[in-house]
Design a protein around this ligand. Structure first.
Ligand code: C2E
Ligand code: MG
Ligand code: MG
Length: 716
């Protein structure tokens, strides 16, 4: 309650918006600049007109007052003139009469002339006008201070044959004129004010109020164009402003409609982009998870609906993309999406959750259906028939991971993650498989994560070491090389103080995480430093370093190698890089160019574990390599498996036909050695000669080694 009251108070205290302030109340009109401008112009115009009228009337007024004065003087003089005229040179005005006139009327002085302009008599104040000739008769005179006025009365005006110059007191005329001016100005002002006021009211009503109203609407529209609070016009809709208001109202509404339409279209678009995959138009991973969350939340507590959560990855899809182009890849993805969608009921959600990954969830109704059943159905749909794209048939295979909600997790995110874990398992186990999630997978994943963390720490704490395993020339028995092999001694609380972790266990993890790049760089540098030491001791021992695919593609291996060679001073031919065949599968042209650049540095190149990979024999000729390294599995089984013996034999022949050296690894016994010598193999490496050993032991081995293969100490 209290907060409600405070809110109201706040709202009341809130300053008005500009539009509110400008809303057209009549009092506002007097604040309008435009009104004032019009008023001023009108006012000044009226004043100017009136002033010019006044300037004309003022002169008339003054002339009328003088005429009155003259007339009053004449009518005072005429009756006072003496009787009959006998002597034309005797003044018709006596002293007594003149005195009376001067004291009782406005006459101050008189000068009497005969008709032939002889001055007969003067009375009172002397006159300024003197009559000498005819021309002076028509003159009048006004004193500089305006207090005296003189005029000539002719015989016609007097009714007697005389001329009289009358000097009159005109001092009252000026004040009269002033009073007249004052009065006129007052009237003018009042009139102007009245006219202006009336005009203002009219303007206000018909012009300013509608304009202010229009402005109010426009302002509110500009403040909130999407939902403008415009008011209906109370003004005459037929006049010019009324029409303008109507049009503006229409425009404001249209604008609001447009904004709303554009906004909702944009929102739809954003929604689509955020939640749908543009290629297949299927929901994306985000929407998939949202829907899954929603479905699991909307369950009623008694009857928990179970869901299958399935993730699917197309096998070797990257190859299709690389070899056939993205157009084909995209078309296949669309077709897969379509087929999946069509084959599953409405209740299923089919999403594209990654590049070549799809996710499916479906409620499990009844006791008979399981998540696996649905997965079987999905894989069946994919396998059913090849996909026809641009008139080509593509047989697609898929790996599938299966998890069930809530059996494999009560959090939908977790269930999806678990399905992904199962999917990874399916891929690891050879693809084209369905794998159901099991907690063991999770544990294995956790262990991998732990190992990765430990490996990082081991790197930092320098717990990694390099061991060296000799490589011998099978014909001369001399040690011609050494393979550098990583060793991780992980300290623990055991009696031995720690355990050796096999590179076979940690190298794949380092590869997946990219940690192999810094590790590999350390290996190469350390191995080269060791080889330089040997070189300085006069031993021409070539150091073989394993390089994994990640190093090939995630780092600039060429410039790093050349840098290490330069910094350690190792002659390039004493460094050999071993790469496995799987590296070549990534991108053959790119691989060839990297190999060529490496070869250009002068280092040797060997294909490790040869015979186990995809053996792209057709490309082998293009690879600038020096050595094939027969995989140890063939050597191990050569004596009791004729197939493996045949493979080993073929590899030797193949290598020689390509002018390559052939080295065999995993040579454990004299029989192995004899077999290889029979095949014409060039070099050997194996426990028969030495296990991989630390540098000191290796030096001991080389020092004590006599050069004959038979006298070699197996227990080293
Ligand atoms: P690889 O390159 O094929 O190395 C040869 C493996 O065979 C080594 O195992 C070596 O100890 C083992 N070996 C040698 N002679 C014999 C023998 O006569 N009998 C048997 N049974 N085994 C023999 P290791 O040291 O456990 O290395 C395993 C794999 O780990 C290596 O296979 C290599 O792929 C990888 N690796 C080791 N060090 C590195 C490294 O520095 N970088 C990379 N990227 N991978 C490495
Ligand atoms: Mg190797
Ligand atoms: Mg090998």
């Amino acid at each position: 309650m209290k907060s409600e009251a405070i809110k109201k108070k706040k709202a009341a205290a809130k300053p008005q918006t500009l539009s509110q302030r400008l809303m057209g109340s009549p009092t506002q009109i007097w604040r309008s600049k435009l009104s004032w401008r019009i008023t001023l112009v009108v006012f000044l115009t009226i004043m100017t007109v009136q002033a010019s009228i006044m300037s004309v009337t003022l002169r008339d007024y003054e002339a009328a007052r003088i005429a009155e004065l003259v007339e009053s003087a004449r009518s005072a003089i005429v009756p006072s003139l003496e009787g009959s005229v006998t002597d034309l040179y005797a003044s018709p005005v006596s002293d007594a009469t003149a005195n009376r006139l001067i004291t009782t009327t406005k006459l101050n002085g008189l000068a009497v002339y005969s008709t032939d302009l002889n001055l007969l008599r003067t009375f009172g104040e002397p006159t300024a006008l003197t009559l000498r000739d005819q021309s002076s008769i028509g003159k009048t005179f006004r004193s500089a201070d305006g207090k005296s006025y003189e005029t000539v009365f002719r015989p016609s005006a007097l009714g007697r044959p005389y001329l009289i110059v009358a000097r009159m007191d005109s001092s009252t005329i000026q004040p009269q004129v002033f009073a007249y001016v004052k009065q006129t100005i007052t009237i003018m002002l009042l009139m102007s004010a009245f006219v202006t006021t009336v005009l203002m009211l009219a303007l206000g009503r018909w012009l300013l109020e509608p304009i202010l109203f229009l402005r109010g609407n426009l302002l509110r529209a500009s403040e909130n164009p999407e939902n403008p609070r415009i008011e209906a016009s109370p003004f005459d809709k037929t006049d010019e402003i009324g029409v303008a208001i109507e049009i503006s109202t229409k425009l404001i509404k249209q604008n609001a409609d447009n904004i709303k339409r554009i906004k909702s279209a944009a929102e739809d678009q954003i929604h689509k982009l955020a939640y749908y995959d543009t290629l297949t138009s299927l929901p994306n991973r985000t929407l998939f998870l949202l829907s899954l969350n929603e479905k699991t939340r909307s369950r009623d507590n008694e009857n928990v609906t179970r869901f299958a959560v399935i993730t699917m990855d197309l096998d070797h899809f990257k190859d299709i993309n690389d070899t056939m182009g993205h157009n084909i890849g995209d078309a296949i993805l669309r077709a897969v999406g379509k087929r999946l969608r069509a084959s599953l009921p409405e209740s299923a959600i089919v999403a594209r959750s990654g590049e070549d990954e799809f996710a499916i969830t479906m409620p499990l109704s009844g006791d008979t259906t399981t998540a696996r059943d649905i997965a079987e159905r999905v894989i069946g749909v994919i396998r059913a028939e090849p996909f026809k794209v641009f008139n080509e048939m593509f047989q697609i295979r898929a790996s599938i991971g299966v998890a069930t909600y809530p059996d494999d997790g009560i959090d939908p995110d977790q269930v999806l993650k678990n399905a992904d874990i199962a999917l990874n398992r399916a891929k690891e186990e050879g693809r084209d498989l369905i794998k159901e999630y099991s907690e063991d997978f999770d544990r294995a994943v956790q262990q991998r994560f732990q190992m990765l963390r430990d490996l990082r720490e081991a790197m930092e704490k320098r717990q990694l070491a390099l061991y060296y395993q000799p490589q011998l020339d099978l014909n001369t028995g001399t040690v011609i090389g050494a393979e550098a092999l990583l060793r991780w001694f992980k300290p623990d609380n055991s009696k031995q103080g720690g355990t050796f972790i096999s590179p076979a266990d940690f190298v794949p993890i380092a590869e997946q995480s990219g940690l192999i790049v810094p590790i590999g760089e350390w290996v190469m540098r350390t191995a080269c430093e060791t080889a330089v030491e040997w070189h300085k001791q006069g031993r021409e021992i070539r150091i073989a370093v394993n390089v994994s695919g990640a190093q090939f593609y995630q780092s600039d291996i060429v410039s790093y190698t050349s840098k290490v060679l330069a910094e350690t001073g190792l002659p390039p031919h004493l460094l050999e890089l071993e790469v496995t065949e799987s590296v070549f599968m990534e991108d053959i042209q790119h691989t060839i160019s990297i190999l060529q650049n490496l070869h250009g540095l002068g280092v040797e190149l060997a294909i490790d574990d040869f015979g186990t990979g995809y053996s792209s024999l057709s490309y082998l000729r293009q690879f600038p390599i020096d050595r094939l390294k027969i995989d140890q599995s063939f050597i191990r089984n050569a004596l009791n498996n004729s197939d493996d013996a045949a493979i080993a034999r073929t590899i030797v022949a193949l290598g020689h036909s390509l002018n390559l050296k052939v080295i065999a690894e995993g040579v454990e016994t004299l029989e192995h050695e004899k077999f290889l010598r029979e095949q014409g193999c060039d070099e050997v490496q194996g426990f028969r000669y030495s296990r991989p050993v630390p540098k000191d032991k290796f030096n001991e081995f080389v020092g004590g080694y006599a050069g004959s293969l038979e006298v070699f100490d197996k227990s080293a």
